[in-house]
Ligand binder design. Structure first.
Ligand code: PMP
Length: 438
């Protein structure tokens, strides 16, 4: 399905043609393409609060929020001012700065990590955490879950092999088998599979890594107690438990997903990874955890990890200001907005007679076009992608920019006010009818 560009998209179309001539698919990250839903990606000229404005002058309520980072909305005046002030002081020094210390202290103040190292992307954070776990434990095997995305590092771009406890095969060309040969991929939320893999390979497993609440197969929340079970099982076998909060961190609560389970149940991950919100829309990410584990990292310890732009002063200023402004009121507002949108979605799809399930963690949610909840990747894959494509375009035509894929979370921000929410609610009934007709 490739809808013809309408006159109101001619500049986006022109830029997309130019982009495709010089960049694969015309985009610098595949999720930005419209391959899954058809049509021409909107080239965005500017963004303010909850709204995106494209190069043809069309406005959209933004439910992507840069795939998570824009917790406060776009161009928040205090974040802009902090960034401008930082730029005026110079863009990068390659020396330690006060801003890095303050950002790391803010992260430690909100989460159970004791020491933190700053990096520039979520991929770098998980890659470094895995190297550290292997270096610290002296073991090689990594366990992950199907449908959890941790960035594009080779070791984790793995697909499940045939048997339950067989080592996995590369999930993409370009990743050698040797890179995934030490990765085991299990079905999410499956305690039996976790127990079986630790029973068979326990003394070789360096770490188990999971999204704290998966958002990359659509939102598939952990069953109650599942993260605690993972933390306990890993510990029993001398493996590290790595909770990837790149997406959920500082978004689903002040303390991320851990704030909703670990903090309540009284356990902590050995290592955690962060990104997105903590960079306020600039490239900043982090990994951190137990002080004794982090002590293995260079220059204190033997495990090497580094970065020219790590802790960049502009990114650090944007991230620190964003976290300082992310008050309990902000999280309460996100929850209220998400509740209103979920209620609107449920009503529109019920009226349209379309089977659907809405799954959430905090204010992050996604809509599956299925009649049963998805507890793992196999379940999430059953969603009706054609129905989503029709729904996506009907929403876009009515001024709402959803993620251009059925397998993504919807994100809201502190700037999603009544007008933004009403625009989404007004668009939903006709879009639900379009989805039902697809
Ligand atoms: N981990 C998770 C849970 C993510 O959602 C992502 C990105 N969507 C990453 C890691 C990788 O982050 P980045 O795109 O910044 O490399």
């Amino acid at each position: 399905m490739t809808p013809a560009p309408t006159p109101g998209q001619s500049r986006s179309q022109e830029l997309f043609d130019r982009a495709r001539a010089v960049t694969p698919g015309g985009v610098n990250s595949p999720v930005r393409a419209f391959n899954a839903v058809g049509g021409t990606p909107r080239f965005i000229r500017s963004a303010q609060g909850a709204w995106l404005t494209d190069v043809d002058g069309n406005d959209y309520v933004d439910l992507i929020c840069s795939w998570g980072p824009m917790l406060l909305g776009h161009a928040h005046p205090e974040v802009v001012a902090a960034v401008q002030a930082a730029v005026a002081r110079g863009t990068s020094y390659g020396t330690p700065t006060e801003g890095e210390v303050a950002l790391v202290e803010e992260i430690i103040g909100r989460t159970p990590v004791e020491k933190v190292r700053l990096v520039s992307s979520g991929t770098e954070a998980t890659m470094s955490a895995i190297r550290l776990a292997r270096g610290f434990t002296g073991r090689d095997v990594v366990v992950k879950f199907a449908g959890c995305y941790h960035g594009h590092l080779d070791a984790l771009l793995a697909s499940a092999g045939s048997g339950l406890t067989t080592f996995s095969i590369p999930g993409t060309p370009g990743v050698p088998e040797s890179s995934t040969a030490l990765t085991l991929v299990l079905p999410y939320n499956d305690r039996v599979a976790v127990e079986a893999v630790f029973a068979e390979h326990g003394d070789r497993i360096a770490c188990l890594i999971t999204e704290a609440a998966p958002g990359n197969m659509g939102v598939v929340p952990p069953a109650p107690g599942f993260n605690q079970f993972l933390a306990d099982t890993s510990r029993q076998h001398g493996a590290l438990f790595i909770s990837d909060e790149v997406m959920t961190g500082f978004r689903v609560s002040r303390s991320g997903q851990w704030g909703t389970d670990g903090a309540v149940e009284g356990w902590r991950p050995d290592l955690m990874t962060f990104g997105k919100v903590m960079g306020g829309g600039l490239p900043a990410a982090a990994f951190g955890g137990r002080a004794d584990v982090m002590a293995s990292l260079a220059p204190d310890g033997p495990v090497y990890q580094a970065g020219t732009l790590s802790g960049n002063p502009i990114a650090t200023a944007a991230g620190l200001t964003t976290l300082q402004l992310a008050t309990p009121e902000v999280y309460a507002h996100l929850d209220t907005v998400a509740d209103a949108l979920r209620a609107g979605v449920a009503e529109a799809f019920t009226t349209a007679g379309l089977p659907h399930v809405i799954q959430s963690t905090g204010s992050m949610f996604s809509v599956f076009f299925t009649d049963e909840p998805a507890v793992d990747f196999a379940g999430a894959s059953r969603t009706d992608a054609a129905a989503y494509g029709a729904f996506f375009h009907a929403m876009l035509d009515r001024g709402v920019h959803l993620p251009p894929s059925a397998y993504e979370a919807w994100f809201v921000s502190a700037a999603h006010d009544e007008r933004a929410v009403q625009t989404v609610l007004d668009a939903l009934p006709a879009a639900a009818q379009a989805a039902a007709a697809a």
